[in-house]
Design a protein around this ligand. Structure first.
Ligand SMILES: C[S@@+](CC[C@H](N)C(=O)[O-])C[C@H]1O[C@@H](n2cnc3c(N)ncnc32)[C@H](O)[C@@H]1O
Length: 306
């Protein structure tokens, strides 16, 4: 099922397809199980919006061109184009067409970009390592809904699940993807359109997922400290973000993965395990920093004992 997206991509673009062909040839059955499962949900989502898989790949290619423009700009100037979160909320998170292009392509990239696939596989590993006794779960910024749907599929013991996203589009796409993927309904799932900067921490959760969200804030440390308050005693946080990542809606520049680690520690978090995924195969992490190339990063975190 996912094969059709890959074939459409090969047909429509030559950029980056050699690396993809090589990686895809090396992926095992787990990759295909998850990719086919995801493709079924995405297909239903697209169909409900009178779109075909080919339209999905067109959205992906449009976003890839936008990212390439931004990357060239960033490597030249050292600055991201988006600098003001209020402006991002108005021109991006609140705009249906922009968000559809962004979220459909970001969801597809989880299976098309080797570094995103590495992070998604790491996320599944982190969930697996915490599966016992996990009852309450929250995701901040579920966006396309893939990670939330994967958590529901991997953790059948969940009783209470909450998804919070600032974008009305993302909340609706997450709801439809959960439906399309027949996510188990035994857990109580609540989806809420809200700025997570304003979350009070009176409720706490066994697992908190924050995927590519904190760098949409000018002050990611202040934002993250707020989210740390959502962790129940003994709870874990999965956090991902990216250094040198001029994608639309990202306003804070992490220049290196080490800067992200330092921020995590300054927010009272301890890194239990981590995954570093440079965007360019065969190029060292140091050269990624030197040449302003993007590096994805994820970690499984726990609160440092007071
Ligand atoms: C780049 S997408 C990430 C989607 C998914 N978590 C992933 O890792 O692929 C960021 C998502 O976070 C949401 N978001 C950004 N700032 C937020 C905030 N302050 N509160 C809640 N959601 C936010 C955006 O609307 C978007 O859906």
């Amino acid at each position: 099922m996912f094969k059709q997206y890959v074939e459409l991509l090969y047909k429509k673009s030559e950029r980056g397809t050699d690396e993809l062909r090589q990686c895809i040839a090396g992926y095992g059955p787990d990759y295909w199980t998850w990719a086919d499962w995801f493709a079924k949900g995405l297909g239903k989502y697209l169909e409900a919006h009178q779109l075909t898989p080919e339209d999905g790949i067109d959205l992906y290619l449009k976003e890839a061109n936008d990212i390439l423009d931004r990357t060239i700009d960033f490597r030249r100037t050292g600055r991201y184009r988006d600098t003001d979160p209020r402006e991002v909320l108005r021109t991006h998170f609140s705009q249906t067409d922009k968000m559809r292009q962004d979220m459909v392509s970001l969801a597809l990239s989880q299976f098309l970009w080797p570094h995103h696939q590495k992070l998604f596989a790491f996320f599944l590993e982190c969930l697996g390592s915490r599966a016992d006794g996990l009852k309450t779960y929250v995701e901040i910024g579920p966006g396309h809904g893939l990670y939330l749907a994967a958590a529901l599929r991997s953790l059948p013991g969940l009783e209470e699940v909450w998804g919070v996203d600032i974008s009305p589009f993302s909340i609706e796409m997450t709801r439809q993807m959960l439906q399309g993927l027949n996510s188990p309904t035994s857990a109580r799932v609540r989806l809420e359109c809200r700025d997570a900067n304003t979350l009070a921490s009176e409720t706490t959760f066994d697992f908190v997922t924050v995927g590519e969200v904190i760098s949409t804030s000018e002050t990611p440390g202040v934002f993250l400290k707020q989210l740390v308050g959502l962790l129940a005693p003994g709870g874990r946080m999965f956090l991902s973000d990216c250094a040198n990542c001029p994608d639309s809606s990202i306003v804070h520049i992490f220049h290196t993965v080490e800067e992200i680690r330092v921020l995590l520690r300054s927010c009272g978090l301890e890194i239990e395990r981590e995954c570093v995924a440079p965007s360019m195969g065969g190029v060292s992490e140091a050269d990624h920093a030197r040449h302003r190339l993007s590096v994805s990063y994820a970690a499984l975190l726990r609160r440092v004992a007071p």
